[in-house]
Design a protein around this ligand. Structure first.
Ligand SMILES: [Zn+2]
Length: 132
């Protein structure tokens, strides 16, 4: 995909991961990817409305998944779609933790491991620098 498309998606995302909100200002800490919301394997296109700016961790954890399991109810639900869903409706910050506020939010937070020890340490470091 073109460098222009990459820049367009990054700018639209405000230079943050559209899933965990990690800023991409420290590239040696975390690589960022153009992520297919609906994977190519599931007939997802390369169009702007199917692309998201995602940190390497979110991209790896999401993989080709379109759904996940809500840990509160054990039900299969669709996961967060940055083109269709408002982040603030599905997630809330709780200190350094990202809490799922809906079934979709909880399933996504669990699947993408938003609150792993590694990510909490990274957010803590960025917060100290005023970057998160
Ligand atoms: Zn992320």
């Amino acid at each position: 995909m073109s460098a222009t498309l990459r820049l367009t998606v990054r700018e639209r995302a405000g230079a943050r991961c559209e899933y965990c909100r990690l800023p991409d200002l420290v590239p040696h800490l975390m690589r960022f990817h153009l992520e297919h919301i609906r994977a190519r394997r599931h007939q997802g296109s390369n169009s702007l409305n199917n692309l998201a700016w995602a940190c390497a961790r979110c991209n790896e954890r999401k993989g080709t998944n379109l759904s996940g399991v809500d840990p509160d109810t054990n039900r299969v639900v669709r996961i967060f779609n940055p083109r269709r869903d408002a982040w603030g409706r599905h997630f809330a910050m709780d200190g350094l933790r990202i809490r799922g506020a809906t079934a979709t939010g909880r399933a996504t937070a669990w699947l993408l491991e938003f609150n792993s020890e590694e990510r909490l340490k990274l957010r803590q470091g960025l917060r100290k620098l005023g970057l998160f």
